[in-house]
Design a protein around this ligand. Sequence first.
Ligand code: CMC
Length: 391
Amino acid sequence: QGMFTYDPGFVSTAACESKITYIDGGKGVLLHGGYPIEQLANESDFLETCWLLWNGELPTAAEKEAFVEKITMHTMVHDQMASFFKGFRRDAHPMAILCGVVGALSAFYHDSLDITNEKHRNISAIRLIAKMPTLAAMAYKFSVGQPFVYPRNDLNYSENFLNMMFSTPCEDYQISPTLAKAMDKIFILHADHEQNASTSTVRLAGSTGTNPFAAIAAGISALWGPSHGGANEAVLDMLNEIGDESRIDEFVAKAKDKNDPFRLMGFGHRVYKNFDPRAKVMKQTADEVLGELGLDNDPLLKIAKRLEQIALEDEYFVEKKLYPNVDFYSGIILKAMGIPTSMFTVIFALGRTPGWIAHWNEMIADNSRIGRPRQLYTGPTQRDFTPLDKR
Ligand code: CMC
């Protein structure tokens, strides 16, 4: 028994070596390939960041062009996928649909099953990045009873996603460059975050040699919970429930009450004991987007800002170093764009896909052993079976 390190929640266990992402939680620093997240969010774009995560360097102009072209050529999903979607209830949560359809890609691309072949691994990675927006938008379209919109090759990644979400056969969606840019920024801000629960899940599932679609479907399932990616949806539900600035104190008191399971959603982080640098960019983006849409006075934004201010000054939150995290402001931006709350975590999944793939690739390149944690057994010691009539 004494042979193992006991570390519930993996608070102090490094399960792998990685070159992809560096976090200094005390200082609030996040770097991908050495580049600060703020610079990537403001100066790069999502596909370029994806290349960086996969290759460790920024692409040259020629590499970038070829990569974007390749992604663009794989955005369509097999038409049979449409019947797959139609098998779900219309009121299904889009994350429930996403878990199913991403795993199901392995039923369409048999080459994904052979992960020993680098060519097969690469094409599966491209397919995932290319098809996630199509699948995510299909989940939304199905839920609102509108026809699926095919991807368009003349649009960039984020424009294409917004177009598949919002255009209809009767009316083209007018893509605002500010909103498309904000969408792209949201994807970049979610692109990777080293060994978080969903990425660790992808690594653990992938360590068995399962195919990448199955491993990433496992990651999507882990992301769904409110302690992880589901927090962005939970933040908006919470802000709606607060409803008015006058009720903030009541909710802050609930969050501090040890006998109440309620937590301030979008606050706190396992690694950051300072401001989450992604939250800072997100807050600025929220101001830009709501400004562009003339929603500066949005009541939810006001409640969010006031809540943040109160929590940052409150002794409980200060002492426990609980700062706003990436999920705190993202929902307000997405809502302003017209995206329903149930799609928020789907968008997180879309943004996190390059990170999941980067870690899966790194793990395979490192010839990792199967992930197999041990336990400290606390059950009964050996005893003899009791027949039913004696129990
Ligand atoms: N509101 C009130 N109290 C909190 C909160 C919160 N949001 N977060 C942590 N605490 C308290 C917690 O009760 C505990 O107190 P004590 O030491 O007295 O028992 C202390 O702070 C430490 O919390 P913990 O649960 O031990 O910390 P953790 O590292 O296990 O959990 C967390 C991190 C993110 C799950 C947690 O802070 C939380 O539940 N936050 C709300 C959900 C959320 O916003 N999640 C998104 C995380 S960031 C993006 C992502 O990963 O998806």
